[in-house]
Every structure is written in C-alpha cells, then in structure tokens.
Design a protein around this ligand. Structure first.
Ligand SMILES: [Zn+2]
Ligand SMILES: [Zn+2]
Length: 334
C-alpha cells in the first residue's frame, strides 16, 4: 500500500503544473472581462441611443454580472471539505492492516477503528471504506481526489474550470455559478439580438470594431448558454435526488447493498440540504448548506443500518421519514 501523499517535491515542475492548472480559470476570467467591456462600453454606451434603455440594460446586467462573479469566486476559493482527525487510522493499526493478508483480519481492524464513527457506507467487500493514501476511514460520500491529493467530503467531481473540487463546501456556489452564468448568457443574447440583426442587415451604426464586438458577444453568449444549459439541468436533477455526480455513476453501498436513493429525503428536503432552510439566502452565494459534510440524513429504509442509529441523537431530528419531513419543512416555510 502507498504511503500518505506528501508535497515535498516542489521543484520548477511543481510550480509549472500549479500555474498550468489556473489556465482554464484565467480563460473564463478573460471571457467574462471581455464580455463586460463589449456589453457595457461597446453596446450600451456606444450603440444604444435611448437613455432609459441604457439604464435598464445596465442595471439588470450588473445584477447578473455581480452574482456571477461572486458565485464564481466562492466556488474557486472555498476550501474543500477535509476529513477530520478522528477518522485517521493510527500508525499501529495501519501497519497491521498492511501486513495482514487475511481479508477477515483486515475487516476486523477496519470495523474496530470505525466503531465510533457515524458511517453507513461500506466498500464492495462490505468493509468500512478507507483510503490507503490518506490513511483515513472515509466518511460517507467522501472520495479521494487524485488531483487534490486527498480525501474530499461529499465529493462531486474535480472541475478544471474552477481549479478546485466541487464538494460539500462549495456545491451550492457551483450550482449558483452555473445558474447565474446561464442567466447572464441568456440576458446578453436577448438584449444584443436586435443589434445583431441590425448588423446583418447592414444598418447598425457603430465606430471601428464596435460592431464586431456585438457580433462576437452574441455568438459567445449563445455558445456558452447552450453548453451550460445541459450541465445546469443535470445538476438540478442531482440536487432533486440528493445524489452527487460520482454517486450517479456508482451508487453508495449500504450494509443492505447498493442504493442510489440512499440519501434521498424527498425533493424539497434534498433542495434544503444544499441551499439551507432560509429562502432569503437560497440564491446568495454564502454558506447555508445543512449538515457538516460528514453525517448525512438517510432515506428511512437505511436508518436501522447506521452504526450509531440507536445511540446517535444528534441528527435524529434530520433523520426522518421523507413523508414526515415534508410535512415538517412545509410547516417551517408556510
Ligand atoms: Zn484519500
Ligand atoms: Zn479535487
């Protein structure tokens, strides 16, 4: 088994690769900055003639622009969810785990190490899940990211466009980024459409390259809008099912077997798990997700299989039958 991941080889290659990983982010930032220039300076200030129209265009544009940049920033710079120290397998146990060849003996060690942990998921052999690179028991829904070099809580996927893992801590920001980016593209495309048509008719009046900025602005907005719509709809579906991208490909395994609906609490509760229970903060890119990224409320049919289902009272209010919780949450919001 491999040892823990260490970052002690920080030669020029390390820094080159690190810089290279920021290239997709830089590309997106350049596109956003150019679109700002093209829309505000070249379209609104140079071509749109009516002042009320300019004001309306610019006010709504800046709302979308600020929300887009804010959620993008949060998605990139929010720290990934890391596995707490109590999940660490100590050196003696890890050594025994590596030298023993008996699967049953390995299972015993892992069961013993994880006996006080609130895990419900197991691996394909029905052993407690563990990571031999980080030397930890993996919390439910956590996975090892080979790019980040460590285990990440409720890992969804590693995204090069944000140079970060999409996980428990920034999933809400990632969804808002997709949503605001889509609205931004639709808004820019719709408001620049009449001027785009004028360009083709040859009646658009503009100085120098201004007209070409409008042309490219429209095309880029349509192109990004089309590619965003499927990704955004897919993640809306995953939120409604309380499922990560990784879980959509490989369902989590419980003591009773694999179940892709294991964390499904009903649509509204699933939404609240990511966006929180206060509707006023749902669409603002600030942290409002429920839980700690380590323990997750389960679909009612798995609750009896939790290691600590009989003694864990901390989450008992969240581990409720989906129908009951619908009623409870319905009470909260009405
Ligand atoms: Zn790991
Ligand atoms: Zn990662």
């Amino acid at each position: 088994m491999a040892g823990p991941t260490t970052i002690n080889n920080r030669g020029p290659c390390f820094w080159c690769i690190k810089a290279l990983k920021w290239t997709p982010v830089l590309f997106i930032v350049c596109i956003i900055a150019w679109s700002y220039y093209a829309y505000v300076v070249q379209l609104c200030l140079a071509i749109v003639e009516s002042t009320p129209k300019q004001v309306i265009f610019l006010v709504f544009y800046h709302i979308f622009f600020i929300m887009l940049c804010w959620s993008y920033w949060q998605t990139i710079f929010t720290e990934i969810g890391r596995v707490p120290i109590k999940y660490k397998i100590d050196d003696a146990d890890f050594h025994t785990l590596t030298v023993t060849e008996s699967a049953e003996a390995q299972r015993q060690i892992l069961e013993n190490v994880s006996r006080h942990l609130p895990n419900t998921n197991v691996n394909v052999q029905h052993f407690p899940r563990f990571c031999d690179k980080c030397r930890v028991i993996k919390p439910d829904r956590a996975h090892h990211c080979s790019v980040c070099g460590e285990c990440v809580l409720k890992m969804d996927h590693h995204c090069p466009w944000i140079n970060n893992c999409v996980c428990f801590t920034n999933y809400k920001f990632f969804l808002l980024f997709l949503g605001y980016a889509l609205f931004y593209c639709v808004y820019v495309a719709l408001t620049s459409l009449p001027y785009f048509i004028e360009f083709w008719r040859g009646t658009l009046e503009g100085k120098g390259n201004g007209r070409f900025h409008i042309l490219f602005l429209f095309f880029v907005a349509i192109m990004f809008g089309v590619s965003l719509v499927s990704l955004f709809c897919y993640h809306c579906y995953l939120v409604s099912e309380n499922r990560t991208t990784l879980e959509a490909f490989r369902p989590p395994i419980f003591r009773s077997g694999p179940d892709k609906r294991g964390f499904n609490l009903g649509r509204y509760n699933n939404f609240q798990e990511v966006f929180g229970d206060n509707p006023r903060t749902w669409f603002i890119p600030i942290k409002t997700s429920l839980g700690d990224g380590i323990e997750f409320p389960l679909n009612s049919r798995h609750q009896a299989n939790s290691y600590q289902s009989m003694e864990n009272t901390q989450n008992s209010s969240r581990e409720v039958d989906s129908e009951t919780s619908k009623l409870n949450h319905g009470h909260i919001v009405t």
